[in-house]
Ligand binder design. Sequence first.
Ligand SMILES: C[S@@+](CC[C@H](N)C(=O)[O-])C[C@H]1O[C@@H](n2cnc3c(N)ncnc32)[C@H](O)[C@@H]1O
Length: 230
Amino acid sequence: MEQFWAGSSINKNKGMVELLQRYGIIQSKKVAEVMETVDRALFVPDGFPAYEDSPMQIGFNATISAPHMHATCLQLLEKHLQPGMHALDVGSGTGYLTACFALMVGPQGRAIGVEHIPELVAMSLKNVEKSVVAPLLKDGSLALPVGDGREGWPEFAPYDAIHVGAAAPEIPKPLIDQLKPGGRLVTPVGNIFQELKVVDKNEDGSVEVRTEIAVRYVPVTSRQAQLRGY
Ligand SMILES: C[S@@+](CC[C@H](N)C(=O)[O-])C[C@H]1O[C@@H](n2cnc3c(N)ncnc32)[C@H](O)[C@@H]1O
């Protein structure tokens, strides 16, 4: 719910990454590298200040999350996004975070972004095709299917990393089921008051849940409810 900078004075992707480092949101070289490599401007609708630290409307009552939220989630998931690992991004919207995941897990891994609005999926595919990860889409290690993300995406489960880009009152059980032992799920939970939860699955299958920060996301919902404004 914080905003670390406002206005459109930052007009370079690198400048945005440097600010995220200065504010301590980006702490690792890897996350800085990935966010520098995937240009956010390719994922933000034309005419919007791409590098401002704010969520922006992308149509269909959805938003692209603010840069500091993308950076926070990448930091939390970094160890679970190593080359060859499987990552699931629920509510992939513009495809920005899925693209970052794909770059991290590489051609031997899998980065799946599930989004339930077909028009947003079409837009995200166009965004990715313009970006540095286009070859990963072509070779199939990055995929952006249309689907209800509350069901996860069983085809490539179990996942080392799962991110949910919208808030549900409770963590959907299929997502916990599809998390690999040793894996991590990062998801906002709540209605009006929401918290970003970090769920770690132990090797014996038990889970530990902790709260990272207070957040404000659009809800995980049905397509119909979202299109009529929830
Ligand atoms: C805050 S947006 C985040 C989008 C993405 N992380 C980004 O930054 O571009 C949340 C997304 O979740 C999607 N969504 C909501 N409920 C969903 C569901 N049941 N299944 C799949 N996607 C869903 C919305 O359509 C929206 O695109």
